[in-house]
Design a protein around this ligand. Structure first.
Ligand SMILES: O=C(O)CCC(=O)C(=O)O
Length: 290
């Protein structure tokens, strides 16, 4: 069995901000490494608004103290909060499709883009002091392209709403792992979506030459990665202070590309539709419930 990695085992993401105005170098880095880490490029006021909307949602649903502030608040449990109701509080489509965000996405892609209607919102409290930590909502190693399609020319866009630290965790990327294309995913009972076990990549399927990367991020930073990038959640085990991890992620693709189920279906709609198998909720491919 492979031992769990400690935080210090992660190398840092490379800061690609200086490449943003250099089309050739930006594309060269993305082709080689499968990601772009850009610092301070999103409109901070818009990020702050989304963070406040998330806090407001948590207060409205009784999960956070009404006097809470973004700098110090926490909640008891991610799973106890009604995730579908939370989606009604966060105006992420306005955020993703705002003029400054669109300009940035077009600069990254070098062409007009379409932002998926499905966004995942994450408000994870620290489980550092918990006697029985439950992380089944976190993602094991996987490629978004395994779940999402049919076209694989989308990129995942991952945005922290408040600062992330080594303690609060976030997302770890296996550097350059997109270059080998799709990998086998096996059923993993500790990874559940909509209450069902779903597939992930066993850690030994990722090579020594694909080191896991992770860096703390600030509001305004963005991480963009390839549909075949192997990546996984890093749990929130923050102490002193036990800060929340608050982030959201969506997928963005060239405007002219085919639009699959995930591109066109808001998350709450797919989560509520009992007629679809778990895979079709995520991918739009009508396969069996696992
Ligand atoms: O934010 C996380 O914990 C994981 C993100 C992820 O797996 C994804 O964006 O596909």
């Amino acid at each position: 069995m492979t031992a769990a990695k400690t935080r210090t085992d992660y190398a840092e993401y490379t800061d690609c901000t200086p490449l943003l105005d250099d089309r050739k170098e930006l594309d060269r880095f993305y082709d080689e490494h499968g990601y772009l880490f850009l610092r301070g490029v999103l409109d901070r006021a818009l990020v702050r608004t989304a963070a406040e909307q998330m806090l407001h949602g948590l207060v409205s649903l009784g999960a956070a103290d009404p006097h809470a502030t973004l700098d110090e608040f926490t909640i008891d449990s991610f799973e106890a909060v009604d995730e579908v109701a939370m989606h009604g509080h966060i105006k992420y489509d306005e955020f993703w499709n705002s003029a400054p965000t669109t300009r940035l996405f077009e600069q990254i892609f070098g062409e007009e883009v379409f932002v998926f209607r499905s966004t995942t919102i994450r408000y994870y409290p620290s489980q550092a002091g918990s006697e029985d930590p439950a992380f089944s909502y976190l993602t094991p190693l996987h490629q978004d392209g395994f779940y999402i399609g049919p076209n694989k020319d989308f990129r995942t866009v991952w945005v922290p709403l408040i600062g992330t630290t080594e303690g609060t965790g976030g997302v770890a990327l296996a550097d350059g792992s997109h270059r080998h294309g799709p990998r086998d995913h096996v059923v993993n009972d500790s990874f559940r979506r909509f209450g069902h076990p779903v597939r992930g990549i066993p850690p030994h399927f990722v090579g020594e030459d694909e080191p896991l990367l992770f860096s703390a991020m600030e509001p305004g930073d963005v991480l963009v990665f390839h549909a075949h990038m192997c990546h996984k959640s890093i749990p929130n085990l923050a102490t002193a202070p036990p800060l929340m991890r608050m982030s959201m992620d969506t997928r963005v693709q060239p405007a002219a590309s085919h639009r699959g189920y995930n591109a066109l279906t808001p998350w709450p709609e797919s989560a509520k539709d009992p007629s679809k198998g778990i895979m079709s909720k995520i991918t739009g491919t009508p396969t069996e419930i696992e």
